[in-house]
Design a protein around this ligand. Structure first.
Ligand code: GDP
Length: 392
């Protein structure tokens, strides 16, 4: 499906930048337009792919291009004040060719955390197409203020979008890496997972036509009804043979009988589906109780075994208890077969409950510290017997 992507704040901008790169590399055609909105000029300048005219600096009157410094209330305020500037940039993109908006933001910071929900509310009032959010949760080691920001942004963002797709930095953090190179890999993971899902509904003329195509209405239906979504993913390589064609490790291409191969492919696909659902999700959660799901199996067409996909889909129905599990294939000329699963309307998410608990503790601590420091300052400034008078 074709998306208008808006990266709000630094993380949001960087991720949309990566989506443009992914789109070029894979020819998936999902990014119809890309915008970046930020209150920090330097962050906008650091972007590589998003066209200059689509970079919107907000809050200049208040923060002079220096950002809001993790103050997400200020982030929300300046987004509201300068919403017309964002709208002007959106007016310049062909929204009639777009199936949905996707607002991307890190929820732990300031500009994106506060601004993304404001923009979602605004867009929903104006447009009839869906407005989705892609919200990134901070790592647990980032500290109290980031957790508190994320918890408050999450509550607001979910309410304002048609569906909030969540990616949890904490589950993807790798030890012993610099933050920047770590984010590089994490951002690749984000664009691959969401890219395959959204790309499935955008099979173009020069790609092989899928056997049972996933179209954008199926993605929209899976996301409709609102709530929170997570994505599972698993892939397996298929090797190239000496003549450059694809040879199968996947089908066990050892010259055996065709029906044996077919059975093997079916089983491999079914186990890829299980791996994707039971492995690391973008937001860790219990999959039982998921309201709706979409399974996309992608890879070279000869490996997209319809029976395997159908079996995988049925298995997902049983595991989630959902009556609304859609499935289809997405042919791509890449040397791997992959299974991407969108689980929409998940409600059993211990990670969010923990986040909220830590956020409340951080909030209480901050209130205590502030009250204490006011007292301490007064004690310092006032003389003991109150004999001195201030000048005015
Ligand atoms: P903002 O510019 O004020 O909106 O704040 P940032 O976007 O810089 O940071 C918000 C949060 O996003 C941080 O707490 C990190 O958890 C996360 N973050 C920052 N940069 C990246 C990135 O490149 N990728 C990912 N996945 N997360 C990031």
């Amino acid at each position: 499906m074709k998306l208008a992507m808006i990266g709000f704040g630094q993380a949001g901008g960087k991720i949309v930048d990566r989506f443009l790169d992914y789109d070029d590399r894979t020819n998936s055609g999902i990014v119809r337009a890309a915008l970046a909105v930020n209150s920090a000029k330097a962050d906008l300048m650091g972007l590589e792919r998003i066209p200059q005219e689509n970079r919107v600096l907000i809050g200049q009157a208040r923060v002079k291009g220096h950002g809001v410094g993790a103050d997400n209330e200020l982030g929300a305020e300046i987004a509201e004040e300068d919403i017309d500037e964002v709208q002007n940039a959106i007016d310049a993109i062909p929204t009639h060719e777009v199936d949905a908006f996707l607002i991307v933001a890190g929820m732990g910071g300031g500009t994106g955390s506060g601004g993304a929900p404001v923009l979602a509310k605004h867009l929903k009032r104006i447009y009839t197409i869906p407005v989705y959010g892609l919200g990134v949760l901070p790592g647990t080691d980032e500290g109290g203020i980031y957790t508190l920001n994320a918890a408050r942004s999450f509550q607001t963002f979910v309410r304002e979008v048609d569906n909030l797709l969540v990616f949890d930095n904490d589950s993807w953090r790798q030890t012993g890496e610099s933050v920047e190179s770590g984010y590089g890999q994490i951002n690749e993971e984000i664009v691959r997972r969401f890219g395959i899902l959204f790309g499935a509904g955008e099979v173009t003329g020069n790609q092989d036509v899928a056997e049972s195509v996933v179209d954008s209405s199926e993605i929209i239906n899976t996301l409709s009804g609102g709530g929170v979504s997570t994505v599972g993913f698993a892939s397996e390589g298929v090797e190239l043979n000496s003549s450059g064609g694809l040879l199968s490790r996947f089908t066990g291409d050892d010259g055996g009988a065709d029906d044996l191969d077919a059975a093997n492919t079916t089983n491999r696909i079914t186990s890829l589906v299980r791996k994707a659902a039971l492995g690391r999700l973008t937001l860790p959660c219990e999959i039982e109780g998921t309201e709706r799901a979409l399974l996309v199996v992608s890879g070279p067409p000869e490996y997209l075994n319809r029976k395997g996909i159908e079996r995988g889909r049925k298995w997902l129905e049983e595991e989630t208890g959902s009556m609304e599990v859609r499935g289809g294939d997405y042919p791509q000329k890449v040397p791997e077969v992959s299974s991407a699963i969108l689980l929409s309307g998940v409600t059993n998410v211990p990670r969010i409950k923990r986040l909220q608990q830590v956020a409340i503790e951080a909030q209480d601590n901050m209130d205590d510290i502030q009250a204490e420091s006011e007292e301490n300052l007064e004690e310092l400034v006032e003389d003991d017997e109150d004999e001195l008078e201030p000048l005015f």
